[in-house]
Design a protein around this ligand. Structure first.
Ligand code: UN1
Length: 510
């Protein structure tokens, strides 16, 4: 049930937060990018839009900042990120709420996203003392071989609306300790949270004292701005999060100039519910993964393979949960499903459901909900769709709360179906059978970058490397050794002998 609470207007709420977080009034104007809230579909304000020329100038500035920053000892660079984490802790309530206002996610998820930023800052601070290389056995006596990791340059960060602040921080926190400078081009659908984060970063930089100017820049605008960033040879790394369509354009453009890209693109994540699964736990795990964030995570659960022996009762329970879940204003306590980001997202959901029906799917749920919350606000009823097989929309990522359910009999066969989609981000199996769990995690199991057991595919912690295979783009961000993606490696061979032996036994006597 929805608990109705009275709220001030979304716009008033958002503008007050921006002021408290120190966003300068000059960042907002009468024209530029329209900032809307999906909660009521109304305009919050306009954000000053940057030109391609401004982007080119910013890249020059960021490059100069990198030239200075790369000389700063990494643990000192970590101190800046420590201060960023400190400022984020102080801003958590406000920034989390702003994420709710701008992206429409429920309050606990808005706060969770800011926590994810704090976590990656802590991780990066530790990492700043561990940017280590190997010492490697050499075939020549009196020699030593080792590798050194150096800052790579300017890192361009392109982010999506659905994690409007955390994805910047996964990249920025690591890039900054690695000695890179960063330029951020956020989604046009989330310009306000970006302004807030930049103000928070600027405060951390002021406390730090001698960070070079232009170390972390924010530029707002559309496609042309992104293209300028992507095509500039001074941008050593482009880390882009968004659709596979976007990645298909960004990847080759960066490659054409021999730049490096880190791509985190679409997912079409699945879960398998095996006969031995703890079904209550599976139900809860699946509900969060499929309906949380209104299905608008790249890790959202979209496909469910359920063993025929447990399918009937499980699908009935799932349909009941789907029918009773609270949809509404994400600021209300008790709401679990907030709005979709815009009308286009709702239309895509409806189109996918219509296509699923035409392919023999049985749809439970779907359709518009909570029209009382605004003509231009698009709340959708989550949908469970029983599909005869994996076809049509099941093979695509639709950024909406649709869960396609298919039955299976044999684990090996279902793993083949599981992997038979173009995307390869996140996956999970619910089973208490060790053989099944290990098979799913083995080389012959899931082909995804994230493979979970007895939890859903979404909601990863920052300590692990995050990303996926195939059309998901292959990039890894966040934890583990993802930091290496933000540095360049030098292999050093040092001769401390008086002789000059050549490798591979080559002789060259002059
Ligand atoms: C995304 O949707 O782009 O694993 C990122 C998760 C979150 C990040 C999602 N930690 O669901």
């Amino acid at each position: 049930m929805n608990v109705h609470q009275s709220h001030e207007t979304v716009a008033g709420d958002a503008l007050a937060i921006l002021e408290r977080l120190g966003v300068p009034a000059s960042a907002l104007g009468d024209k530029g990018l329209a900032a809307r809230s999906p909660i009521d579909g109304k305009l919050v304000g306009h954000v000053v839009e940057n030109s391609a020329e401004e982007m080119t100038a910013a890249i020059g500035k960021a490059h100069a900042a990198y030239m200075a920053w790369r000389q700063v000892p990494p643990p000192r660079r970590g101190e800046l990120v420590r201060l960023l984490g400190d400022e984020l802790r102080a801003a958590k309530e406000d920034l989390g709420r702003l994420v709710t206002l701008e992206a429409g996610k429920i309050l606990s998820e808005g706060l969770g996203e800011v926590q994810e930023m704090i976590d990656i800052c802590d991780f990066a601070v530790g990492m700043s003392r561990q940017l280590y290389g190997l010492t490697i056995a050499t075939e020549r006596s009196g020699h030593r071989m080792m590798e050194t990791w150096h800052p790579a340059g300017v890192c361009g960060i392109i982010t999506a609306f659905n994690f409007p602040v955390a994805v910047w921080s996964w990249n920025a926190a690591l890039a900054l300790v690695c000695g890179d400078s960063v330029i951020w081009k956020p989604s046009e659908k989330a310009p306000l949270t970006a302004l807030a984060v930049q103000a928070i970063f600027d405060r951390a930089a002021a406390r730090f004292g001698d960070a070079p100017d232009g170390l972390a820049l924010l530029l707002q605008g559309g496609r042309a701005l992104g293209e300028t960033l992507v095509d500039d040879h001074r941008v050593a790394i482009v880390s882009a999060t968004g659709s596979t369509r976007m990645g298909r354009e960004v990847g080759p453009r960066v490659a054409a100039r021999f730049g490096r890209s880190i791509l985190e693109l679409g997912g079409n994540n699945a879960a398998i519910v095996a006969p031995t699964a703890d079904l209550d736990l599976a139900l809860r795990g699946i509900a969060f993964a499929a309906m949380g964030t209104a299905g608008q995570r790249c890790t959202s659960l979209r496909r469910l393979f359920i063993h025929e022996s447990v399918a009937d009762s499980f699908v009935a329970k799932l349909a009941r949960v789907y029918g009773s879940v609270a949809i509404g204003d994400p600021r209300d306590r008790g709401t679990l499903i907030g709005p979709l980001i815009d009308k286009a997202a709702f239309d895509n959901m409806e189109a996918a459901l219509a296509e699923a029906r035409s392919l023999g799917g049985t749809v439970h749920g779907g359709g518009r909900a909570r029209e009382d919350l605004g003509e231009a606000a698009f709340y959708a009823r989550p949908a469970v769709v029983e599909m005869p097989d994996q076809a049509g929309p099941v093979l695509r990522e639709t950024f909406a709360p649709i869960l396609y359910v298919m039955r299976y009999t044999d684990l090996e066969e279902v793993i083949t179906s599981h992997n038979a989609v173009p995307q390869g981000l996140a996956s999970s199996i619910f089973t208490l059978d060790l053989r099944e769990a290990e098979t799913f995690m083995s080389a012959a199991g899931s082909d995804c970058g994230i493979v979970n057991v007895n939890i859903g595919p979404s909601g990863a912690e920052i300590g692990g490397a995050f990303g996926g295979e195939k059309e998901t783009g292959g990039g890894r961000e966040s934890g583990s050794d993802a930091w290496r993606g933000y540095m360049r490696r030098a292999t050093n061979t040092i001769n401390y002998s008086r002789a000059l032996p050549l490798a591979q036994g080559v002789t060259f006597d002059i």
